[in-house]
Unconditional design. Structure first.
Length: 133
């Protein structure tokens, strides 16, 4: 996706459409949570991971089901700025207009993190519970 605000919006729209195509119900909590997480990770890639002329990558995969459990969706957003890692413990001030995206991701995801991406860059990922089976 292009590293622009339009690219981040398109990533969110395409992810929502793909999840709906996979049978997730529009307006349901699992789909709305995934939509918000994709939007926040894509916005962060565009804002903090921008390298002029380089795009960001969005992938969504399902992790194997635990016996008797529900599916887990893994969302990954990769960008080219490996030296700019997210700081989840840095809470924004109450009057700040920015800096709450990863707090939202942390609240909605069962877990999330960041991994280096060869040869340069990083992948920020989040795992979310899928809809009940």
């Amino acid at each position: 996706m292009s590293s622009t605000r339009r690219g981040a919006r398109l990533a969110r729209l395409l992810a929502t459409q793909q999840l709906a195509d996979w049978g997730w119900v529009r307006g349901s909590e699992p789909l709305d949570s995934a939509d918000l997480v994709v939007g926040e990770l894509a916005a962060n890639a565009v804002t903090h991971g921008l390298v002029p002329g380089r795009d960001f990558l969005l992938t969504m995969t399902f992790l194997p089901l635990p016996k008797g459990g529900s599916s887990t969706l893994r969302v990954e957003v990769a960008d080219c700025r490996g030296e700019r890692l997210p700081a989840p413990e840095a809470a924004p001030s109450p009057t700040s207009e920015h800096g709450r995206g990863l707090l939202l991701v942390s609240a909605l995801a069962t877990r999330w993190g960041v991994t280096p991406r060869f040869p340069s860059g990083k992948t920020v990922w989040a795992e979310l519970p899928g809809p009940p089976g």
